[in-house]
Design a protein around this ligand. Structure first.
Ligand code: ARG
Length: 565
């Protein structure tokens, strides 16, 4: 049951079209303090429209709703221009615990997306370069979004749009042929390839002819030269092997690895279409689509030497994805610095009269900082993501050894906690915010961290293990005053899932599991859960419900929840 939605329906009936249901839904808040009710509806925006003061409006609405005598709600009151709604605690508590026990991890499922497909472009690192913090953010945010969309009934297609084409491969081949060694590339591919790339640029400074050699090799690659292709393929395989180590640690999987090179033979038809539609213009020898009418700089389609660009590939990719998957939405989880690119992409597709262009959505995000500065991967100063993840796992393992030396399968727990800490730290703030990278911060069990939530869940499981009673057939009766802060969190989960979907915002879920964990830990500190009396069953049912919802919340973030840690 989505009680926020129910309150919204009651208000909508009351307001009878004065504002839209969507607006009502958007305005409904969860009050800071429980004595202000379980939901609050501010009437300030209505004042202008209805030509009454907010408090008059709130009073009118409360009185009407009160008179209608609804069993789910105990009462309504008007305070300071708000309508505060109080749920009927005993009814709602029992109803909610029963619903969670029945639905288990399907509690909060929505059917918003039934029959619809969403493609999600995520991760998309560049071959022969280190997997950057930005790519990590894209992987983690994109993965969580795909889980959220699936919970809401969509089918998702996760696409890793690898950066595996471009003039840099001509340079890399040149450098490899001059200075490279097969064995050292095999041993540490990313480091070695990056070093070759850096060396190329250094050498080209004193020997500009090298640039031409690089261009020549790229041309040979584009023309399908056997040697060039063989090297390119090998660089790609070796890089992918490295990236997959990171994906394994994170538990990320993809439905497609069709990268930029995949679109090599799919750009020409796109360019022909642009020509047919008279959208291509010449500008300094290059071909562009003019976007003056939508106040954007022109989109470069073909360079003067005939080479295609990142944007050309993305145009072909967008159409291919529509043809292949018939998406209703096509999401790109890519850093904020590419916002202009995606605006142009969408604008060009709209100019081509593709209706589906409306479904293109760029989901931008901010940077990962270290001591306030961008974490740099240039000049060979590589922060290897795999090492960062391993460090986090090691640190988690150390914490576990100290706290729970008798735990079985410590390694497994450490992996789940160490990676969970990094994922949670990324997702707990709204994605546009820059985030500061600090392993110590991320792993704190007392802070607003992944391990804190995981630990709370393990604590709930410990209680359930101690109680002999099988939770399945408990009879629940509950007066529910001590329990209410926890129940009140549990009931909002379906609404949180909805918000996370609407705003493409996993932080809604992360903040929610923190709130639920905090409410539960407070309860745990104040109430003797296992004490034998008539409400013990109800308390255990609630502990069980908390563990179900915490695990499901974490799952939606891409984090596992160990039962013991
Ligand atoms: N490889 C690109 C980069 O690292 C990101 C690609 C994002 N996806 C896309 N379809 N453009 O900057």
């Amino acid at each position: 049951m989505n009680y926020a939605e129910l309150f919204c329906e009651l208000l909508a009936a009351e307001l009878n079209g004065v504002i839209t249901v969507e607006d009502i839904d958007r305005l409904i808040e969860k009050p800071k303090f429980l004595n202000q009710g379980d939901f609050a509806f501010p009437c300030f925006q209505l004042a202008k429209i209805m030509r009454k003061s907010p408090s008059e409006i709130a009073t009118g609405i409360s009185q009407h709703l009160q008179a209608k005598n609804n069993f789910t709600f105990e009462g309504f009151e008007a305070v300071g221009g708000y309508v505060n709604a109080f749920l009927n605690k005993s009814i709602v508590a029992v109803e909610t615990l029963r619903e969670i026990r029945e639905k288990k991890n399907r509690f909060g499922d929505l059917d918003k997306g039934t029959g619809q497909i969403v493609t999600i472009d995520l991760s998309s690192p560049n071959i022969a370069k280190p997997f950057s913090m930005g790519h990590l953010r894209s992987t983690v945010i994109g993965n969580s979004l795909s889980l959220i969309y699936e919970k809401c009934g969509f089918k998702t297609v996760k696409i890793n749009h690898l950066g595996d084409w471009g003039t840099q491969f001509g340079k890399l081949i040149t450098a490899y042929k001059l200075w490279g060694e097969e064995d050292s590339v095999k041993e540490d591919p990313i480091k070695e390839l990056l070093a070759l790339y850096v060396k190329f640029h250094e050498a080209a400074e004193s020997n500009p002819q090298l640039e031409q050699v690089g261009r020549d090799w790229f041309r040979r690659l584009e023309n399908g030269d056997a040697e060039a292709l063989k090297l390119w393929k090998w660089f790609k395989e070796e890089s992918l092997k490295e990236f997959k180590k990171v994906y394994d640690l994170l538990g990320s999987e993809f439905d497609s690895y069709a990268g930029e090179a995949f679109y090599n033979d799919k750009m020409e038809p796109m360019i022909e279409l642009l020509t047919d539609k008279r959208l291509l213009e010449e500008s300094d020898g290059a071909m562009v689509v003019n976007l003056d009418d939508v106040a954007l700089p022109p989109c470069l389609i073909k360079k003067s030497d005939g080479a295609t660009l990142y944007a050309t590939r993305d145009l072909a990719a967008a159409k291919y994805r529509y043809d292949q998957y018939a998406f209703s939405k096509s999401i790109y989880v890519v850093g904020n610095e590419q916002s202009l690119h995606f605006k142009q992409l969408k604008a060009v597709l709209a100019k081509m009269d593709f209706e589906w262009a409306a479904g293109i959505v760029h989901i931008p995000f901010g940077m990962m900082l270290k001591e306030g500065k961008k974490m740099s991967t240039r000049k060979g100063k590589v922060v290897l993501l795999e090492h960062v993840l391993k460090d986090s796992i090691d640190l988690a393992q150390k914490n576990i050894e100290e706290k729970n030396p008798l735990l079985m399968r410590k390694k497994e727990a450490a992996k789940v906690v160490g990676t969970g800490a990094i994922i949670f730290h990324d997702l707990k703030n709204f994605r546009m915010n820059d985030i500061e990278f600090s392993l110590e911060e991320m792993l704190k069990v007392e802070g607003e961290t992944g391990p804190y939530v995981q630990y709370t869940n393990a604590r709930a499981h410990a209680i359930l293990r101690k109680s002999a009673s099988p939770v399945q057939d408990l009879k629940i009766t509950m007066k529910g005053s001590a329990e209410w802060p926890v129940i009140s969190e549990l009931i909002t989960f379906p609404d949180i899932v909805q918000k996370a979907l609407d705003k493409n915002d996993p932080s809604q879920i992360a903040k929610y599991v923190l709130d639920l964990a905090q409410a539960f830990n407070k309860y745990y500190g104040e109430v003797r859960i296992l004490e034998e009396n008539e409400e013990k069953n109800a308390r255990l049912a609630m502990v069980h419900a908390v563990s179900i919802v915490l695990e499901e919340g974490l799952r939606l973030l891409g984090i596992k929840a160990p039962k013991e840690m």
